[in-house]
Write a protein that binds this ligand. Sequence first.
Ligand SMILES: Cc1cc2nc3c(=O)[nH]c(=O)nc-3n(C[C@H](O)[C@H](O)[C@H](O)COP(=O)(O)O)c2cc1C
Length: 526
Amino acid sequence: MEQAMSFLEHVQVIQGGMGVYVSNWKLAKTVASSRPGFVAGTVSGTGLDIVYARLLQLGNPGGYISQALQALDQMYDTTIGKEIFETYYVAKGKGPKARFKNVPRPTPKPANGSSGFPLPPPGTKATYTLELDEQLIKLLIAAGFAETWLAKQGHHGLIFINFLHKIEIPFMYALYGAMLAGVDGVLVGAGNPDGKPNMCNMLANHEEVYVELNVLYKESGEKFILPFNPKRFDNGRLTAKPLKRPAFLAIVSLEDLAFSLAKSSTMPPDGFVIENYKAGGHNANPVEGIFKRDELGQPVYGEKDIADLEAIKSIGLPFWLGGAFASATKYQEARASGATGIQVGSLFALAEESGLLPEHKTAIFKEFKNAKDDKAMVRTTMYSPTGFSFKVAMLNGTLADKNIYENRQRICDIGLLQQLGLTKPDAQNVRKLFQRCPAAPVNGFLEKRGMERNTEDKRCLCNALLATIGLAQITKDKNGNEMEEPSIVTIGENLQGIREISCNGQTSYSCRNVVDYILGAGKKFA
Ligand SMILES: Cc1cc2nc3c(=O)[nH]c(=O)nc-3n(C[C@H](O)[C@H](O)[C@H](O)COP(=O)(O)O)c2cc1C
Protein backbone atom coordinates (compact mmCIF):
# COMPACT_ATOMS: atom_id res chain seq x y z
CA MET A 1 0.00 0.00 0.00
CA GLU A 2 2.89 2.35 0.84
CA GLN A 3 4.08 2.22 -2.74
CA ALA A 4 0.68 3.15 -4.10
CA MET A 5 0.56 6.28 -1.93
CA SER A 6 4.00 7.60 -2.98
CA PHE A 7 2.26 10.40 -4.92
CA LEU A 8 1.75 12.09 -1.55
CA GLU A 9 5.45 12.98 -1.35
CA HIS A 10 4.98 15.50 -4.17
CA VAL A 11 1.98 17.31 -2.71
CA GLN A 12 3.28 20.71 -1.59
CA VAL A 13 -0.03 22.42 -0.96
CA ILE A 14 -3.34 20.90 0.04
CA GLN A 15 -6.25 23.25 -0.45
CA GLY A 16 -8.13 22.38 2.73
CA GLY A 17 -11.67 21.04 2.78
CA MET A 18 -14.07 23.82 3.71
CA GLY A 19 -17.62 22.99 4.56
CA VAL A 20 -20.39 23.40 3.67
CA TYR A 21 -19.63 23.69 -0.09
CA VAL A 22 -17.14 26.55 0.38
CA SER A 23 -14.53 24.26 -1.12
CA ASN A 24 -16.84 23.03 -3.84
CA TRP A 25 -15.90 21.20 -7.04
CA LYS A 26 -15.18 24.42 -8.95
CA LEU A 27 -12.58 25.55 -6.43
CA ALA A 28 -11.04 22.09 -6.00
CA LYS A 29 -10.84 21.52 -9.75
CA THR A 30 -9.19 24.87 -10.49
CA VAL A 31 -6.70 24.41 -7.65
CA ALA A 32 -5.87 20.81 -8.61
CA SER A 33 -5.34 21.68 -12.25
CA SER A 34 -3.07 24.66 -11.45
CA ARG A 35 -0.08 22.38 -10.68
CA PRO A 36 -1.24 18.79 -11.22
CA GLY A 37 0.21 16.43 -8.64
CA PHE A 38 1.84 19.21 -6.60
CA VAL A 39 -1.25 20.98 -5.37
CA ALA A 40 -4.31 19.01 -4.27
CA GLY A 41 -7.85 20.35 -4.46
CA THR A 42 -10.25 19.18 -1.75
CA VAL A 43 -14.02 19.13 -1.95
CA SER A 44 -15.96 19.30 1.28
CA GLY A 45 -17.96 16.15 2.00
CA THR A 46 -20.09 17.83 4.68
CA GLY A 47 -23.79 18.27 3.98
CA LEU A 48 -23.49 17.35 0.30
CA ASP A 49 -26.87 15.57 0.33
CA ILE A 50 -28.61 18.80 1.35
CA VAL A 51 -26.54 20.98 -1.01
CA TYR A 52 -27.34 18.81 -4.02
CA ALA A 53 -31.04 18.52 -3.18
CA ARG A 54 -31.22 22.32 -2.82
CA LEU A 55 -29.25 23.09 -5.99
CA LEU A 56 -31.65 20.85 -7.90
CA GLN A 57 -34.52 22.86 -6.41
CA LEU A 58 -32.84 25.97 -7.79
CA GLY A 59 -33.24 24.48 -11.26
CA ASN A 60 -29.85 22.66 -11.56
CA PRO A 61 -27.71 25.79 -12.13
CA GLY A 62 -25.39 25.40 -15.12
CA GLY A 63 -26.73 21.89 -15.76
CA TYR A 64 -23.74 20.35 -13.94
CA ILE A 65 -25.61 18.22 -11.46
CA SER A 66 -27.67 16.42 -14.08
CA GLN A 67 -24.47 15.70 -16.02
CA ALA A 68 -22.85 14.18 -12.95
CA LEU A 69 -25.92 12.16 -12.01
CA GLN A 70 -26.14 10.82 -15.56
CA ALA A 71 -22.48 9.84 -15.37
CA LEU A 72 -23.22 7.85 -12.20
CA ASP A 73 -26.07 6.00 -13.89
CA GLN A 74 -24.03 5.28 -17.02
CA MET A 75 -20.85 4.19 -15.24
CA TYR A 76 -22.63 1.86 -12.85
CA ASP A 77 -25.73 0.85 -14.81
CA THR A 78 -27.98 2.18 -12.07
CA THR A 79 -30.95 4.54 -11.89
CA ILE A 80 -29.96 6.23 -8.62
CA GLY A 81 -28.99 9.46 -10.41
CA LYS A 82 -32.30 9.62 -12.25
CA GLU A 83 -34.25 8.97 -9.03
CA ILE A 84 -32.45 11.77 -7.21
CA PHE A 85 -32.97 14.16 -10.09
CA GLU A 86 -36.68 13.38 -10.31
CA THR A 87 -37.15 13.71 -6.55
CA TYR A 88 -35.62 17.16 -6.15
CA TYR A 89 -35.44 18.94 -9.51
CA VAL A 90 -37.67 21.98 -9.87
CA ALA A 91 -37.72 23.31 -13.46
CA LYS A 92 -36.73 27.01 -13.47
CA GLY A 93 -36.16 26.77 -9.73
CA LYS A 94 -38.34 27.29 -6.65
CA GLY A 95 -39.74 30.74 -5.93
CA PRO A 96 -37.62 33.02 -3.72
CA LYS A 97 -40.19 32.83 -0.90
CA ALA A 98 -40.75 29.08 -1.17
CA ARG A 99 -39.08 26.80 1.36
CA PHE A 100 -36.59 24.20 0.24
CA LYS A 101 -37.94 20.68 0.49
CA ASN A 102 -35.94 18.86 3.14
CA VAL A 103 -34.04 15.65 2.54
CA PRO A 104 -34.70 12.63 4.84
CA ARG A 105 -33.20 13.22 8.30
CA PRO A 106 -30.10 11.24 9.29
CA THR A 107 -32.11 9.27 11.86
CA PRO A 108 -31.01 5.65 12.31
CA LYS A 109 -33.71 3.17 13.40
CA PRO A 110 -33.42 -0.34 14.89
CA ALA A 111 -33.06 -2.75 11.92
CA ASN A 112 -35.34 -5.34 13.59
CA GLY A 113 -38.24 -2.88 13.64
CA SER A 114 -38.37 -2.73 17.45
CA SER A 115 -39.25 0.58 19.02
CA GLY A 116 -36.81 0.47 21.92
CA PHE A 117 -33.87 -1.18 23.64
CA PRO A 118 -34.46 -3.23 26.83
CA LEU A 119 -31.93 -2.43 29.53
CA PRO A 120 -29.41 -5.31 29.46
CA PRO A 121 -28.58 -7.08 32.76
CA PRO A 122 -25.46 -5.52 34.31
CA GLY A 123 -22.17 -6.85 32.94
CA THR A 124 -23.68 -8.31 29.75
CA LYS A 125 -22.85 -7.31 26.20
CA ALA A 126 -25.36 -6.29 23.57
CA THR A 127 -24.94 -5.16 19.96
CA TYR A 128 -27.82 -3.40 18.23
CA THR A 129 -27.94 -3.03 14.48
CA LEU A 130 -29.46 0.15 13.12
CA GLU A 131 -30.50 1.16 9.61
CA LEU A 132 -30.91 4.39 7.69
CA ASP A 133 -33.55 5.56 5.21
CA GLU A 134 -32.65 4.11 1.80
CA GLN A 135 -33.50 7.33 -0.05
CA LEU A 136 -30.99 9.17 2.11
CA ILE A 137 -28.30 6.56 1.42
CA LYS A 138 -28.89 6.95 -2.31
CA LEU A 139 -28.72 10.72 -2.06
CA LEU A 140 -25.49 10.61 -0.03
CA ILE A 141 -23.82 8.22 -2.49
CA ALA A 142 -25.00 10.22 -5.50
CA ALA A 143 -23.90 13.57 -4.04
CA GLY A 144 -20.49 12.20 -2.97
CA PHE A 145 -20.03 10.82 -6.47
CA ALA A 146 -21.25 13.95 -8.27
CA GLU A 147 -19.12 16.41 -6.33
CA THR A 148 -15.97 14.35 -6.86
CA TRP A 149 -16.76 13.53 -10.48
CA LEU A 150 -17.29 17.21 -11.32
CA ALA A 151 -14.05 18.16 -9.55
CA LYS A 152 -12.11 15.55 -11.52
CA GLN A 153 -13.26 16.46 -15.02
CA GLY A 154 -10.77 17.77 -17.57
CA HIS A 155 -7.42 17.43 -15.74
CA HIS A 156 -5.09 14.91 -14.11
CA GLY A 157 -4.62 16.72 -10.83
CA LEU A 158 -5.44 15.36 -7.37
CA ILE A 159 -8.88 15.62 -5.81
CA PHE A 160 -9.37 14.87 -2.12
CA ILE A 161 -12.54 14.92 -0.02
CA ASN A 162 -12.85 16.21 3.55
CA PHE A 163 -15.13 14.98 6.34
CA LEU A 164 -15.68 15.83 9.99
CA HIS A 165 -15.37 12.71 12.15
CA LYS A 166 -18.05 14.12 14.46
CA ILE A 167 -20.67 13.84 11.73
CA GLU A 168 -20.78 10.06 11.92
CA ILE A 169 -23.81 8.89 10.00
CA PRO A 170 -23.38 10.19 6.41
CA PHE A 171 -19.63 9.48 6.24
CA MET A 172 -19.38 5.96 4.80
CA TYR A 173 -22.05 6.55 2.16
CA ALA A 174 -20.70 9.87 0.90
CA LEU A 175 -17.16 8.43 0.99
CA TYR A 176 -18.26 5.43 -1.06
CA GLY A 177 -19.87 7.79 -3.60
CA ALA A 178 -16.61 9.76 -3.81
CA MET A 179 -14.67 6.51 -4.28
CA LEU A 180 -17.01 5.50 -7.11
CA ALA A 181 -15.81 8.70 -8.82
CA GLY A 182 -12.13 7.87 -8.14
CA VAL A 183 -11.33 10.27 -5.30
CA ASP A 184 -7.54 10.40 -4.67
CA GLY A 185 -7.50 11.16 -0.95
CA VAL A 186 -9.70 11.47 2.13
CA LEU A 187 -9.07 13.91 4.98
CA VAL A 188 -10.87 13.53 8.29
CA GLY A 189 -10.72 15.99 11.17
CA ALA A 190 -12.71 16.88 14.30
CA GLY A 191 -12.14 13.69 16.24
CA ASN A 192 -10.23 10.41 16.28
CA PRO A 193 -10.66 8.74 12.89
CA ASP A 194 -9.16 5.37 13.88
CA GLY A 195 -10.76 2.61 11.80
CA LYS A 196 -11.54 4.87 8.87
CA PRO A 197 -8.34 4.13 6.85
CA ASN A 198 -9.31 0.46 6.95
CA MET A 199 -12.86 1.34 5.99
CA CYS A 200 -11.47 2.93 2.80
CA ASN A 201 -9.66 -0.32 2.08
CA MET A 202 -12.77 -2.41 2.61
CA LEU A 203 -15.00 -0.12 0.56
CA ALA A 204 -12.48 -0.28 -2.28
CA ASN A 205 -13.31 -4.01 -2.40
CA HIS A 206 -17.02 -3.35 -1.80
CA GLU A 207 -16.85 -5.21 1.51
CA GLU A 208 -19.42 -4.64 4.23
CA VAL A 209 -18.40 -1.88 6.65
CA TYR A 210 -20.05 -0.39 9.67
CA VAL A 211 -19.78 2.64 11.86
CA GLU A 212 -20.09 2.23 15.61
CA LEU A 213 -22.22 5.17 16.65
CA ASN A 214 -21.50 7.28 19.65
CA VAL A 215 -24.67 6.91 21.76
CA LEU A 216 -24.96 8.91 24.98
CA TYR A 217 -26.19 7.17 28.15
CA LYS A 218 -25.66 3.62 26.81
CA GLU A 219 -24.50 0.88 29.18
CA SER A 220 -20.83 -0.07 29.08
CA GLY A 221 -21.31 -3.39 27.20
CA GLU A 222 -23.60 -1.92 24.56
CA LYS A 223 -22.72 -1.22 20.93
CA PHE A 224 -24.84 0.52 18.32
CA ILE A 225 -23.75 -0.21 14.80
CA LEU A 226 -24.85 1.09 11.43
CA PRO A 227 -23.71 -1.33 8.70
CA PHE A 228 -23.43 -0.72 4.97
CA ASN A 229 -23.03 -3.55 2.53
CA PRO A 230 -22.45 -2.31 -1.04
CA LYS A 231 -23.13 -5.79 -2.40
CA ARG A 232 -26.63 -5.77 -0.94
CA PHE A 233 -27.32 -2.20 -1.97
CA ASP A 234 -29.02 -1.46 -5.33
CA ASN A 235 -28.66 -5.17 -6.22
CA GLY A 236 -24.87 -4.82 -6.03
CA ARG A 237 -24.84 -2.73 -9.23
CA LEU A 238 -22.10 -0.46 -7.93
CA THR A 239 -19.76 -3.36 -7.13
CA ALA A 240 -18.79 -4.72 -10.55
CA LYS A 241 -15.14 -3.55 -10.39
CA PRO A 242 -12.80 -2.95 -7.41
CA LEU A 243 -12.24 0.73 -6.67
CA LYS A 244 -9.08 2.72 -6.10
CA ARG A 245 -8.28 2.98 -2.38
CA PRO A 246 -7.78 6.71 -1.67
CA ALA A 247 -4.93 7.97 0.52
CA PHE A 248 -6.14 8.67 4.04
CA LEU A 249 -4.89 11.74 5.90
CA ALA A 250 -5.90 12.31 9.52
CA ILE A 251 -6.22 15.93 10.62
CA VAL A 252 -4.89 16.23 14.17
CA SER A 253 -3.68 19.07 16.36
CA LEU A 254 -1.13 17.30 18.55
CA GLU A 255 1.37 14.45 18.37
CA ASP A 256 -0.43 12.18 20.86
CA LEU A 257 -3.30 11.37 18.48
CA ALA A 258 -0.84 11.04 15.58
CA PHE A 259 1.16 8.47 17.58
CA SER A 260 -1.90 6.47 18.53
CA LEU A 261 -3.23 6.46 14.94
CA ALA A 262 0.16 5.36 13.64
CA LYS A 263 -0.12 2.32 15.95
CA SER A 264 -3.69 1.55 14.90
CA SER A 265 -4.75 -2.07 15.33
CA THR A 266 -6.66 -1.87 12.04
CA MET A 267 -4.68 0.40 9.70
CA PRO A 268 -2.65 3.60 10.17
CA PRO A 269 -3.37 6.67 8.04
CA ASP A 270 -1.07 7.48 5.11
CA GLY A 271 -0.18 10.84 6.62
CA PHE A 272 -1.30 13.72 8.80
CA VAL A 273 -2.39 17.29 8.54
CA ILE A 274 -1.20 18.99 11.71
CA GLU A 275 -3.64 21.82 12.16
CA ASN A 276 -3.15 24.45 14.82
CA TYR A 277 -5.68 26.73 16.53
CA LYS A 278 -5.14 29.62 14.11
CA ALA A 279 -6.87 27.74 11.27
CA GLY A 280 -10.31 28.62 9.91
CA GLY A 281 -13.28 26.39 10.70
CA HIS A 282 -13.40 24.25 13.85
CA ASN A 283 -10.31 24.08 16.08
CA ALA A 284 -9.30 21.59 18.74
CA ASN A 285 -10.09 23.02 22.17
CA PRO A 286 -7.18 24.18 24.33
CA VAL A 287 -5.51 21.31 26.18
CA GLU A 288 -6.22 23.14 29.41
CA GLY A 289 -9.96 23.40 28.68
CA ILE A 290 -12.38 26.03 27.41
CA PHE A 291 -13.14 27.75 30.68
CA LYS A 292 -10.07 29.96 30.79
CA ARG A 293 -11.15 32.91 28.61
CA ASP A 294 -9.64 36.22 27.54
CA GLU A 295 -11.40 39.60 27.88
CA LEU A 296 -13.40 38.89 24.69
CA GLY A 297 -14.56 35.51 25.98
CA GLN A 298 -12.26 33.54 23.69
CA PRO A 299 -10.72 30.28 24.91
CA VAL A 300 -7.02 30.80 25.62
CA TYR A 301 -4.40 28.71 23.83
CA GLY A 302 -0.81 28.27 24.94
CA GLU A 303 2.44 26.38 24.41
CA LYS A 304 0.84 23.01 25.15
CA ASP A 305 -1.44 23.46 22.14
CA ILE A 306 1.44 23.53 19.67
CA ALA A 307 2.42 20.18 18.16
CA ASP A 308 5.94 18.85 18.68
CA LEU A 309 7.09 18.57 15.08
CA GLU A 310 10.20 16.54 15.95
CA ALA A 311 7.91 13.94 17.50
CA ILE A 312 5.60 14.01 14.48
CA LYS A 313 8.60 13.62 12.18
CA SER A 314 9.77 10.59 14.14
CA ILE A 315 6.57 8.75 13.15
CA GLY A 316 7.90 8.59 9.60
CA LEU A 317 4.67 9.39 7.77
CA PRO A 318 4.30 12.47 5.55
CA PHE A 319 2.66 15.50 7.14
CA TRP A 320 1.38 18.93 6.17
CA LEU A 321 1.04 21.96 8.44
CA GLY A 322 -2.18 23.98 8.57
CA GLY A 323 -3.23 27.18 10.35
CA ALA A 324 -1.69 30.49 9.25
CA PHE A 325 0.88 28.79 6.98
CA ALA A 326 -0.30 30.41 3.77
CA SER A 327 2.75 32.37 2.63
CA ALA A 328 5.98 31.64 0.77
CA THR A 329 7.98 32.11 3.99
CA LYS A 330 5.78 29.89 6.14
CA TYR A 331 5.72 27.25 3.40
CA GLN A 332 9.54 27.18 3.40
CA GLU A 333 9.51 27.06 7.20
CA ALA A 334 7.15 24.09 7.11
CA ARG A 335 9.37 22.26 4.61
CA ALA A 336 12.44 22.98 6.74
CA SER A 337 10.73 21.41 9.73
CA GLY A 338 10.28 18.15 7.82
CA ALA A 339 6.74 18.69 6.53
CA THR A 340 5.92 17.63 2.97
CA GLY A 341 3.97 20.85 2.57
CA ILE A 342 1.13 22.91 3.96
CA GLN A 343 -2.67 22.91 4.08
CA VAL A 344 -4.32 26.23 3.29
CA GLY A 345 -7.93 27.26 3.79
CA SER A 346 -8.75 30.92 4.40
CA LEU A 347 -6.97 32.32 1.33
CA PHE A 348 -8.86 29.89 -0.89
CA ALA A 349 -12.19 30.61 0.85
CA LEU A 350 -11.99 34.23 -0.29
CA ALA A 351 -10.99 33.35 -3.88
CA GLU A 352 -13.46 33.92 -6.71
CA GLU A 353 -14.03 30.20 -7.30
CA SER A 354 -15.10 29.30 -3.74
CA GLY A 355 -18.73 28.72 -2.81
CA LEU A 356 -18.80 31.54 -0.24
CA LEU A 357 -21.43 34.10 -1.31
CA PRO A 358 -19.78 37.10 -3.05
CA GLU A 359 -21.50 39.46 -0.58
CA HIS A 360 -19.53 37.89 2.29
CA LYS A 361 -16.24 38.21 0.39
CA THR A 362 -17.09 41.85 -0.30
CA ALA A 363 -17.94 42.44 3.37
CA ILE A 364 -14.53 41.12 4.43
CA PHE A 365 -12.74 43.15 1.74
CA LYS A 366 -14.61 46.23 2.94
CA GLU A 367 -13.26 45.70 6.45
CA PHE A 368 -9.73 45.60 4.96
CA LYS A 369 -10.37 48.85 3.13
CA ASN A 370 -11.48 50.34 6.44
CA ALA A 371 -8.23 49.06 7.96
CA LYS A 372 -10.08 46.98 10.53
CA ASP A 373 -7.80 45.12 12.88
CA ASP A 374 -7.56 41.32 12.36
CA LYS A 375 -8.30 40.67 16.03
CA ALA A 376 -11.58 42.59 15.78
CA MET A 377 -12.51 40.74 12.61
CA VAL A 378 -12.05 37.13 13.67
CA ARG A 379 -13.00 35.57 17.00
CA THR A 380 -12.56 32.13 18.45
CA THR A 381 -16.08 31.28 19.59
CA MET A 382 -17.89 28.44 21.32
CA TYR A 383 -20.93 28.87 19.01
CA SER A 384 -20.60 25.40 17.50
CA PRO A 385 -22.94 22.69 18.81
CA THR A 386 -20.05 20.23 18.37
CA GLY A 387 -18.39 21.60 21.51
CA PHE A 388 -15.24 22.42 19.52
CA SER A 389 -14.15 26.01 19.26
CA PHE A 390 -15.02 27.67 15.98
CA LYS A 391 -13.48 30.68 14.22
CA VAL A 392 -15.99 33.30 13.14
CA ALA A 393 -15.72 36.49 11.06
CA MET A 394 -17.58 39.11 13.11
CA LEU A 395 -19.67 40.46 10.23
CA ASN A 396 -22.82 42.52 10.69
CA GLY A 397 -25.98 40.88 9.39
CA THR A 398 -24.70 37.36 10.05
CA LEU A 399 -25.37 35.00 12.94
CA ALA A 400 -22.25 36.43 14.60
CA ASP A 401 -24.32 39.57 15.18
CA LYS A 402 -25.98 39.33 18.62
CA ASN A 403 -29.24 40.90 17.41
CA ILE A 404 -29.52 38.50 14.50
CA TYR A 405 -28.80 35.56 16.80
CA GLU A 406 -31.39 36.67 19.33
CA ASN A 407 -34.02 37.31 16.67
CA ARG A 408 -33.68 33.81 15.22
CA GLN A 409 -36.10 31.19 16.40
CA ARG A 410 -34.23 28.10 17.52
CA ILE A 411 -35.17 25.20 15.25
CA CYS A 412 -33.38 22.03 14.26
CA ASP A 413 -34.60 20.95 10.84
CA ILE A 414 -31.37 19.58 9.37
CA GLY A 415 -29.66 17.78 12.23
CA LEU A 416 -26.12 17.09 10.97
CA LEU A 417 -24.63 17.90 14.36
CA GLN A 418 -27.18 16.06 16.47
CA GLN A 419 -25.99 13.80 19.24
CA LEU A 420 -27.57 10.36 19.59
CA GLY A 421 -28.67 9.30 23.06
CA LEU A 422 -30.95 6.99 25.01
CA THR A 423 -33.93 8.01 27.13
CA LYS A 424 -34.09 6.89 30.75
CA PRO A 425 -35.59 3.37 31.07
CA ASP A 426 -39.43 3.39 31.20
CA ALA A 427 -41.57 1.23 33.52
CA GLN A 428 -40.75 -1.82 31.36
CA ASN A 429 -37.02 -0.98 31.49
CA VAL A 430 -37.00 -0.05 27.80
CA ARG A 431 -35.09 2.92 26.41
CA LYS A 432 -35.63 4.80 23.16
CA LEU A 433 -33.09 6.46 20.87
CA PHE A 434 -33.25 10.22 20.60
CA GLN A 435 -31.32 12.87 18.69
CA ARG A 436 -30.66 16.29 20.14
CA CYS A 437 -28.66 19.38 19.28
CA PRO A 438 -27.46 22.01 21.77
CA ALA A 439 -28.52 24.73 19.26
CA ALA A 440 -32.09 23.35 18.99
CA PRO A 441 -34.98 24.64 21.17
CA VAL A 442 -33.76 24.57 24.76
CA ASN A 443 -36.78 22.75 26.23
CA GLY A 444 -36.43 19.86 23.80
CA PHE A 445 -32.74 19.60 24.66
CA LEU A 446 -33.51 19.51 28.40
CA GLU A 447 -36.21 16.86 27.88
CA LYS A 448 -33.52 14.75 26.20
CA ARG A 449 -31.35 14.70 29.30
CA GLY A 450 -29.37 17.79 28.25
CA MET A 451 -28.05 20.52 30.53
CA GLU A 452 -29.10 24.13 29.98
CA ARG A 453 -25.55 25.48 30.21
CA ASN A 454 -24.60 23.38 27.17
CA THR A 455 -27.15 25.27 25.06
CA GLU A 456 -25.87 28.75 25.93
CA ASP A 457 -24.74 30.78 22.92
CA LYS A 458 -24.93 27.69 20.66
CA ARG A 459 -25.85 28.65 17.08
CA CYS A 460 -27.34 26.52 14.32
CA LEU A 461 -24.37 25.95 12.02
CA CYS A 462 -26.30 23.61 9.70
CA ASN A 463 -28.70 26.33 8.59
CA ALA A 464 -26.14 29.12 8.81
CA LEU A 465 -23.47 27.40 6.73
CA LEU A 466 -26.02 26.58 4.02
CA ALA A 467 -27.07 30.24 4.00
CA THR A 468 -23.43 31.27 3.62
CA ILE A 469 -23.25 29.56 0.24
CA GLY A 470 -26.59 30.92 -0.99
CA LEU A 471 -28.85 28.02 0.05
CA ALA A 472 -30.68 29.64 2.98
CA GLN A 473 -33.94 28.10 4.13
CA ILE A 474 -36.98 30.37 4.49
CA THR A 475 -38.13 30.49 8.08
CA LYS A 476 -39.86 32.72 10.66
CA ASP A 477 -38.19 34.99 13.18
CA LYS A 478 -39.20 35.19 16.86
CA ASN A 479 -42.09 37.51 15.97
CA GLY A 480 -43.42 35.23 13.27
CA ASN A 481 -42.10 37.35 10.39
CA GLU A 482 -40.76 35.55 7.36
CA MET A 483 -36.98 35.63 7.04
CA GLU A 484 -34.07 33.82 5.44
CA GLU A 485 -31.84 31.81 7.74
CA PRO A 486 -28.79 34.02 8.49
CA SER A 487 -25.27 33.13 7.36
CA ILE A 488 -22.13 32.56 9.38
CA VAL A 489 -18.65 33.05 7.94
CA THR A 490 -15.69 31.13 9.30
CA ILE A 491 -12.15 32.18 8.53
CA GLY A 492 -8.71 31.74 10.09
CA GLU A 493 -6.88 34.14 12.38
CA ASN A 494 -4.22 35.15 9.91
CA LEU A 495 -5.60 37.47 7.25
CA GLN A 496 -2.28 38.86 6.02
CA GLY A 497 -2.23 36.79 2.80
CA ILE A 498 -5.79 37.78 1.90
CA ARG A 499 -4.92 41.42 2.52
CA GLU A 500 -1.89 41.19 0.25
CA ILE A 501 -3.47 39.28 -2.62
CA SER A 502 -6.61 41.42 -2.59
CA CYS A 503 -4.58 44.62 -2.35
CA ASN A 504 -6.24 45.51 0.96
CA GLY A 505 -9.65 44.45 -0.25
CA GLN A 506 -9.60 46.43 -3.48
CA THR A 507 -9.59 43.54 -5.92
CA SER A 508 -10.93 40.01 -6.16
CA TYR A 509 -8.54 37.16 -6.94
CA SER A 510 -8.47 33.61 -8.27
CA CYS A 511 -7.31 30.51 -6.41
CA ARG A 512 -4.49 30.31 -8.97
CA ASN A 513 -3.17 33.58 -7.50
CA VAL A 514 -3.12 31.89 -4.10
CA VAL A 515 -1.01 29.02 -5.45
CA ASP A 516 1.40 31.50 -7.08
CA TYR A 517 1.55 33.56 -3.89
CA ILE A 518 2.74 30.52 -1.94
CA LEU A 519 4.81 28.58 -4.45
CA GLY A 520 6.00 31.39 -6.71
CA ALA A 521 4.47 32.27 -10.07
CA GLY A 522 5.41 30.08 -13.00
CA LYS A 523 7.81 27.85 -11.01
CA LYS A 524 8.08 24.22 -11.96
CA PHE A 525 8.35 21.48 -9.36
CA ALA A 526 10.16 18.24 -9.59
C1 LIG B 1 -14.30 28.69 5.45
C2 LIG B 1 -13.55 27.55 6.07
C3 LIG B 1 -14.22 26.35 6.30
C4 LIG B 1 -13.52 25.25 6.81
N1 LIG B 1 -14.18 24.06 6.96
C5 LIG B 1 -13.49 22.95 7.31
C6 LIG B 1 -14.14 21.68 7.34
O1 LIG B 1 -15.33 21.55 7.05
N2 LIG B 1 -13.39 20.60 7.69
C7 LIG B 1 -12.06 20.71 8.00
O2 LIG B 1 -11.42 19.69 8.30
N3 LIG B 1 -11.43 21.91 7.98
C8 LIG B 1 -12.12 23.01 7.63
N4 LIG B 1 -11.46 24.22 7.55
C9 LIG B 1 -10.00 24.27 7.79
C10 LIG B 1 -9.21 24.21 6.45
O3 LIG B 1 -9.41 22.99 5.80
C11 LIG B 1 -7.72 24.42 6.67
O4 LIG B 1 -7.15 23.37 7.39
C12 LIG B 1 -7.41 25.69 7.43
O5 LIG B 1 -8.20 26.73 6.91
C13 LIG B 1 -5.92 26.06 7.31
O6 LIG B 1 -5.62 27.23 8.01
P1 LIG B 1 -5.77 28.72 7.36
O7 LIG B 1 -7.22 29.03 7.43
O8 LIG B 1 -4.96 29.58 8.25
O9 LIG B 1 -5.26 28.64 5.98
C14 LIG B 1 -12.15 25.36 7.12
C15 LIG B 1 -11.50 26.58 6.92
C16 LIG B 1 -12.19 27.67 6.40
C17 LIG B 1 -11.46 28.96 6.19
